[in-house]
Design a protein around this ligand. Sequence first.
Ligand code: ZN
Length: 314
Amino acid sequence: MTAITEADRAPRSPFDVQPDLRVVPLRTPTLPPATHTNCVVVGHRDVVVVDPASPYEDEQRRLLDWIEGNGLRVHAILLTHQHGDHVGGANALREATGVPVLAHPATTAALKGHVRVDDSLFEGDLVSEALEVDLGVPLRVLHTPGHARGHLAFRDERTGALIGGDLVAAQGTIVIDPPDGNMADYLATLARLIVLGTGVLIPAHGAAIDAGEDKLLEYIAHRQMREEQLQVTLAARPQRCGRPIDLVPAIYPDVPPMFHPLAGRQVLAHLLKLEDEGRVDRPDGSTDVPGVPVYMSASMAGWTAELPVFRLLG
Ligand SMILES: [Zn+2]
């Protein structure tokens, strides 16, 4: 899921990143400016499908037609994480092809009652070995928490190409929504992907990013800048205190008011990281992860209602 303010310039027709890494953008109910989610098909003839994202029947049909038109044999459906704009077509594709759905156990738990997941994927798994099918691509499973606890990315070990799910976006920004989203985990994940070596990065929304590592560095720097801003903003307030929603206009001056509750969740994610580090606390003594996560609430009002005051220490 991405946000917020630019026009949608993402590709809407299928495109190849490598001959064995093909992307089919599917229309999904995602956050603006994105309108599509990238479904990635890995392999030459024997393939796996990552994030069959669309809940819309015409888009599900389009994906199936594209798979059949290219003469592909699907062996499994892999999910990066549980958000609706990534898993919306999983049940339909599973039914149409009879292949298993695989995800991280935390994703499976979050999808209980919505999407049937048949098997688990873990950090370090090679997809070909896990499925006992030769995809022709050494696709490695990476556990990449931060945006979601069970988030997986998939790396081509030959080229460093990365199917990044919602770790970065070619447009908009990535939402870190506590408690399933965790800012410290997210920054650690981004750093790890740089250390590992990342080539072309296929985000869930928008065009492929050729300079993957540069983008990861840019994202880390951006979040560090936000964290600095947040502390400066708190320091200037009475008693060095504020609720997340109070801090949004200073931190996100370009975000339209209708998205302030969402931005408030980002501020909360930063505050919880600072709290873990002992740099802020809560005068009311509460310790829970408060408020209603975006994905569990139909109305934006609940996202930042009841969030406590945080106080800058030191
Ligand atoms: Zn997401």
